[in-house]
Ligand binder design. Structure first.
Ligand code: ARG
Length: 475
């Protein structure tokens, strides 16, 4: 350990006064957050300016000091944006780097900036400011994605596909209806994020290290300057609370789970075994060995990346679970998982919002598949019920008919009326089944019949799209 180098490094530290020996260089690396918190630089400056403005308004610092701080910060911002800022690992984190540079540029006024403040309330403010604008960006892309689902659903309100349960053909549904299921999921995600944003948007500054400050500060003023809805109500909580980050990650994990389910379906539908859709080449990649391959990498990666967001959530929950009040250095570990969750979600939603409008639908393949697997068997049972048969008996009768069709390797609608009646174990005399049965045996008849709010009928799909568009416009 080169102690002369270290003691030099220590001298420049904001807190080194009471230290008898320099910080070990490994410890310096270990404790520094500079590698990842640099991305908070611009919000850190915004927070500092709002704080300084309030200090001046409250006559805690002079107006001249505030003006010097403003000038210095403008210069620092330029240096950071242009990549010329000289970041120093020895200065530990983004906050101390900026403060040191400010002091170098403007002298004592720079040293007064930290009056009535601590890095504890400063960093909490920075993360909230940063996360707030990221949430807004994600919400914008989420709106684009939701609109894309509505547009595609509108084009396919009448397109019929097999609906599955247990990944076995269950009943025909319209593709528009299927797409609207994702619209619902992503709408809940947007609601959750907007709800989370309200709790993110509370100002910690003023809590100082943990107990508040003895200066006559005006927290409401700072909150207003920075666009916060209010101030955190308890100083101990303000510096130690990371619920807002956990909440974001929980919402992000649910959102990614939805993306992952969608991805799984896209991957299946793209497989030639289904052949329901195609994606433009620009969203796919090839294989380095198999020349014929076109792989759905985007949905596959999104499915994979869902795991890391789940990991980010668990990391933050675990980070917080053992911490006594108030701030602990553990909290420095909040940034990487949060940044990772934000980056993953925002990239994913951007790409999906770009990709979903360009999903090419093979309508014929969907409709052909909807004819398979006795998808309208329930409709036949419902038909018999409407003719007076108890549902369980109708179920049994249709099960027999299906069995007969499996033996004959044909569809229910391939049977003649007489064959169908016989296959159901009924007699012509009973008059329970007549020629009009064939209308309900078609996928089109089946989906059209499910004509109630939340049902798959094309009419309902159109109505749901209309409701959704009105709701989207209101926001
Ligand atoms: N880099 C620190 C963090 O990310 C800033 C707060 C440091 N506070 C302290 N008391 N050491 O949490």
């Amino acid at each position: 350990m080169s102690s002369s180098k270290n003691s030099l490094a220590n001298k420049s530290k904001a807190w080194s006064g009471r230290f008898a020996e320099p910080v070990d260089s490994l410890v310096q690396h270990y404790t520094s957050s500079l590698a990842f918190d640099q991305r908070l630089a611009l919000v850190d400056i915004a927070g500092s300016l709002a704080h300084a403005e309030m200090l001046a308004a409250q006559k805690i610092i002079s107006k001249a000091d505030f003006m010097a701080i403003q000038k210095g910060m403008a210069q620092i911002e330029k240096e950071i944006v242009s990549g010329r800022f000289d970041w120093q690992l020895a200065l530990e984190d983004v906050h101390l780097n900026i403060e040191a540079r400010l002091t170098k540029l403007i002298g004592d006024a720079g040293k007064r900036l930290h009056t009535g403040r601590s890095r504890n309330d400063q960093v909490a403010t920075d993360i909230r400011l940063w996360l707030r604008s990221e949430i807004d960006l994600i919400l914008g892309d989420l709106t684009r994605l939701r609109e894309a689902f509505l547009n595609l659903a509108e084009q396919h309100a009448n397109t019929i596909m097999p609906g599955h349960t247990h990944l076995q053909v269950a009943q025909p549904v319209t593709f528009g209806h299927h797409l609207l299921a994702y619209y619902e999921m992503f709408t809940r995600d947007a609601e959750r994020l907007a709800d989370c944003r309200a709790r993110v948007n509370q100002l910690p500054l003023g809590a100082a290290a943990l107990a508040g400050t003895s200066y006559p500060i005006d927290r409401a003023r700072v909150a207003k300057t920075l666009g916060f809805d209010g101030v955190c109500q308890n100083s101990l909580d303000a510096v130690s609370d990371r619920d807002f980050a956990i909440e974001f990650c929980a919402n992000a994990a649910i959102l990614m789970m939805h993306v992952s389910r969608l991805s799984e379906e896209l991957i299946l539908w793209l497989s030639p075994r289904f052949g329901f859709i195609d994606l433009p080449d620009r969203f796919c990649t090839g294989s380095s060995i198999m020349p014929q391959k076109k792989n759905p990498d985007v949905p596959e990666l999104a499915r994979g990346k869902t795991g890391r967001v789940n990991g980010d959530l668990i990391a933050l929950l675990t980070l917080m679970k053992g911490q006594p009040l108030a701030y602990n250095k553990d909290n420095q570990e909040d940034k990487e998982p949060l940044f990772d969750a934000v980056d993953t979600v925002s990239q994913t939603i951007q790409i999906f919002a770009d990709m979903v409008p360009h999903i090419k639908v093979n309508q014929a393949a969907m409709e052909y598949a909807a004819e398979e697997g006795f998808a309208t068997a329930t409709d036949l049972a419902d038909y018999l019920v409407k003719q007076g048969l108890p549902f369980r008996d109708a179920h049994e009768a249709v099960a027999h008919a299906v069995k007969r069709c499996v033996e004959k390797d044909c569809a229910l609608s391939d049977l003649t009326l007489a064959e169908l009646i016989k296959a159901c174990g009924l007699t012509t005399k009973s008059k329970l089944i007549t020629q009009d049965v064939f209308a309900v045996l078609t996928p089109k008849g089946s989906v059209g019949a499910r004509n109630h709010v939340g049902g798959t009928a094309p009419k309902q799909v159109i109505a749901a799209i209309k409701r959704a568009r009105t709701a989207l416009k209101k926001k």
